[in-house]
Design a protein around this ligand. Structure first.
Ligand code: GLV
Ligand code: MN
Ligand code: MN
Length: 434
């Protein structure tokens, strides 16, 4: 493994910079929201780079892009890597992008050194991971994993009124590639941590053992539009005042159950949106996260009850609908141990951890043995233009990815999937520290 070459950091950084120029924002961040014109430009650029690197490029019906570097075997087995090129509205330049472009850098490095792997390696750009425009997120990877119907996905309507299926066709990325054309023996996703833990513990690599569970909800509050000057306060069915009370009280309640919970209201809509009309309709989103599915179940019931009780007090009708469930995930032990062993063999300080953010890897873990590699995020900042990772850490993550992908692509496969290389097995986990 150590005889493998290192990736070219300058080239990786230049590639990230070019991608960050598409949808660039004034403060160094990026706005390339899924299926917008900027997303199309970013995809086109990625496809051009992949073709230049000698990959065959395919697009499936969810708009996922697969760039395949052939192996010496002529079968359909493949080691997958990748992440997403779409961003948050005020996104950084690394969330998702780093994983996709580091995958491309791995392929370029293998090309530079004429290294042929036994199995093919494919880099994937999954569609709409973020869910910032079309909800639920993880759309492309969910579709690929068989967790989301194509007809359901195509009908998703964004708050801007656009339909997922129409936008996919408009930007030219409604493809026909069949997922049965590939037989993934492993999926490994490289990502920035997006939290403060690696920096705090001064570790370069996070060996990701799993991901906490995520649930999204839409809550709608139906009151009644009234004149703001003539309607006495006690006679109102004010959907916004109900929303304000409900969200505050939900936050208090979930924190009292477990301070480790993550509870976010990130989107609010108030209608008709006129200063002198009592708003008759309001809605809000909830993003709820925890490592225990049981606790998420319990909290879900508590939230629904809160919304109902306060809704009745305020005279508004409430409905709460689940829009996404990503169960807590434990990654494949063989992949986790492979990443741990390779990280140790190249000498990067590492630790095992659980991801607070969700990832396409959550969906892929249903399809193939899956694992993730993290690198530090400065101050733990993400979903913000200040997102930043030290260049040496970007290189370290990509080097671990290179070695992991080659190791998996060249290894024999047992019934559960890819095995760790013989030399690297049984590395004591405590050596990676906590
Ligand atoms: C990913 O962007 C997440 O919401 O965790
Ligand atoms: Mn991401
Ligand atoms: Mn994100």
């Amino acid at each position: 493994m150590n005889s493998l070459p290192k990736i070219n950091l300058e080239r990786l950084q230049a590639t990230i910079d070019t991608m960050a120029g598409i949808g660039a924002k004034d403060n160094g961040g990026c706005c390339r929201i899924s299926l917008t014109d900027e997303d199309k430009l970013g995809r086109d650029q990625f496809v051009t780079w992949c073709r230049e690197a000698g990959c065959s490029v395919h697009v499936d019906a969810f708009g996922n892009i697969f760039a395949i570097r052939a192996g010496s075997r002529l079968d359909s087995s493949v080691v997958l890597t990748g992440s997403h090129l779409d961003t948050q509205p005020n996104g950084g330049r690394l969330d998702g992008i780093y994983g996709v472009l580091a995958g491309l850098e791995v392929i370029r490095t293998l090309n530079d050194h004429n290294i042929c792997t036994e199995r093919a390696i494919a880099v994937v750009n999954w569609t709409n991971e973020e869910g910032a425009r079309f909800s639920p997120g993880l759309t492309g990877s969910s579709g690929y994993a068989g967790d989301l119907d194509l007809s359901f996905a195509r009908a998703i309507v964004a708050p801007d009124g656009a339909r997922f299926g129409d936008e996919l066709a408009r930007i030219g990325y409604a493809g026909t590639f069949s997922r049965r054309a590939l037989d993934p023996i492993a999926y490994v996703e490289l990502h920035i941590e997006q939290g403060p833990v690696l920096e705090q513990y001064e570790r370069t690599i996070g060996v990701v053992e799993g991901v906490q569970g995520v649930r999204w909800y839409d809550v709608e509050l139906q009151g009644s539009d009234r004149h703001a000057g003539t309607t006495p306060m006690a006679a109102r069915q004010d959907s916004f005042m109900a929303l304000a009370r409900i969200t505050q009280s939900m936050r208090q309640e979930v924190l009292s159950i477990d301070p480790e919970i993550r509870f976010t209201v990130g989107r609010v809509s108030v209608k008709p949106g006129s200063p002198n009309t009592v708003p008759g309709f309001s809605s809000f989103s909830i993003d709820l996260r925890h490592q225990s599915a049981g606790l998420l179940d319990r909290i879900e019931n508590v939230l629904a009850a809160k919304a109902h009780v306060i809704g009745v007090e305020e005279g508004v009708e409430t409905t709460m609908r689940r829009t996404m469930v990503v169960p807590p995930i434990e990654f494949d032990t063989c992949i986790v141990e492979t990443v741990a062993a390779i990280t140790q063999s190249v000498g990067y300080p590492a630790m095992r951890m659980t991801s607070g953010a969700m990832h396409d890897a959550c969906r892929l873990s249903k399809v193939a043995p899956t694992g993730m590699i993290f690198v530090p995020s400065r101050l733990g900042i993400s979903h913000h233009e200040d997102e930043w990772t030290a260049p040496d850490d970007l290189a370290a993550g990509a080097n671990v990815l290179l070695r992991t992908l080659v190791s998996l692509a060249d290894q024999s496969v047992n019934q559960r999937g890819a095995t760790a290389p013989e030399d690297d097995r049984n590395v004591p986990s405590q050596s990676l520290g906590h």
